[in-house]
Design a protein around this ligand. Structure first.
Ligand code: SF4
Length: 99
């Protein structure tokens, strides 16, 4: 690998660190069923690349702010945990700023 290409290497964390999130406080674009089966919840805890699903002491916490809008939770939930999934309304949501 040349020195120039090595200098251009940027970690995923660095790339994500420059993104901006325009959060629509009046419209949660994802809603969850906090009474869902813990095994189904844990699937999303492990899969969400933004780490927005947290499960501790028998309770699910979720905050749609910081969502990458990847759809992983919608697909893996199979209707069991995610009760509503949509993209944020226009001008809201993630703004990718690196590549
Ligand atoms: S859409 Fe992706 S980033 Fe957003 S909550 Fe679901 S899994 Fe996480």
């Amino acid at each position: 690998m040349s020195g120039q290409s090595a200098a251009l290497r940027v970690s995923v964390e660095e790339k994500l660190g420059v993104d901006k999130f325009h959060v629509d406080e009046s419209y949660p674009h994802i809603e969850v069923d906090k009474a869902a089966d813990p095994a189904d919840i844990m699937t999303l805890v492990r899969a969400c690349p933004a780490g927005l699903y947290k499960y501790s002491e028998g309770a699910l916490t979720f905050d749609y702010a910081g969502c990458f809008e990847c759809g992983t939770c919608r697909v893996l939930s199979k209707g069991k945990v995610v009760s509503k999934w949509s993209f944020p309304k226009g001008t809201f949501g993630v703004e990718y700023r690196f590549g």
